[in-house]
Ligand binder design. Structure first.
Ligand code: ZN
Length: 135
């Protein structure tokens, strides 16, 4: 089952600049910053009530975030939904005809298994499924 919107991902050019802006905007500092080397991104997370804001900046030229910003500029990059069984949801979505960008969930930021649905299949919005990693 899909749960709440876990976070919104926002693509930014400079994590440092964006951290300052969002700290002022939200009135609180990020509770976590994390580099995800497999994705070539640096991230930071802010709590906003039950939800979170994830800022993403490219840490290399081949980062998907660099390509996104080249094409579209800064802005909302993805919507992440919390799911309780990511494998079951991916199977269901594949059967429904959605293209999943990574069929095996991968380790994302903030201690989550993550997988993405191609934005072409969801009216232009990159959808992330995320499930807390329990070990
Ligand atoms: Zn995310």
């Amino acid at each position: 089952m899909f749960g709440k919107i876990e976070h919104l991902g926002i693509a930014v050019r400079s994590l440092e600049e964006a951290n300052k802006t969002y700290t002022q905007l939200l009135g609180c500092a990020p509770y976590k910053t994390e580099s995800v080397e497999s994705e070539a991104v640096d991230t930071s997370f802010f709590k906003t009530g039950e939800n979170k804001i994830e800022l993403l900046a490219a840490s290399g030229e081949d980062s998907a975030i660099a390509k996104f910003i080249d094409k579209k500029g800064e802005g909302i990059h993805h919507i992440a939904f919390a799911v309780n069984d990511i494998h079951a949801e991916l199977k269901r979505l594949e059967e429904e005809g959605f293209q999943i960008l990574n069929k095996e969930p991968k380790r994302g930021a903030d201690n989550k298994w993550v997988a993405f649905v191609h934005p072409r299949d969801s009216h232009g919005v990159l959808v992330e499924l995320c499930q807390e990693i329990e070990e």
